[in-house]
Design a protein around this ligand. Sequence first.
Ligand code: PGA
Length: 258
Amino acid sequence: MRKKIVIGNWKMNPPTLEEAEDLFRAVKRTAGKVGKVVVVVAPPAPYLGALRRLQSGGRVHLGAQNVFPEAKGSFTGEVSPPILKSMGVEYVIVGHSERRALGETSAEISKKVDALMRRGLKAVLCVGEAARDSHGEYLGELRGQILESLAGVSGKNIQHLVVAYEPVFAIGSGNELEAKDIHEAVLFVRKILSERYDKGTALSIPVLYGGSVDKKNAGAILSEGGVNGLLVGGGSLTPHEFAMILTVAHKGRSYDAS
Ligand code: PGA
């Protein structure tokens, strides 16, 4: 059975390396007890080196929150896929709505996804509508985002793609989408992925949900939401909360799209 993937997206937190190390140690302790979950932590990039040293002997996979699509060169302030790979990073979040809000376009995102997958890094492509309307126009927005973010991304390295469905209004708001609405949206995401590739490929791509996931709603989202895992922001910054989410994911029923 496919393992669930739970990614802690720390965003621009915590404020010091010392706190980041404490948080990471706590996740590492929990990760040792949740063998049915692929546990990923995506810290701010400057912490990666120190956390990599703490990672040794444990089950926590390292993630990053962004990447630049070129391999090397004169791109001040940017970080490439080979740099991340050499730091032990395996998963890279791409196209998060907070980055799209800073001006990142789907065309840029597709280059990042492609650059990561070609180097064997997992690209965690975030998509999600800004708001919902009663006419279903948001589905068009979602469809456009998925197809544009995967334009030029061949099916060849598709085993390295993960999609995170994150409705923007649910992020950081405390208002997660209900499990049945997540399920509907995830079916739609898979439908677009099968149009883009084929049905078998679409079913093989893990789809995660993100947006105000906490220890209380994680179980229902995982068992009824049709997802293969979770992308957790705020809930990953408190050791106890994240430990509970990971435990729920380990113990709970899993959803099998195939
Ligand atoms: P949240 O963030 O869990 O704090 O809503 C999720 C995300 O932005 O990935």
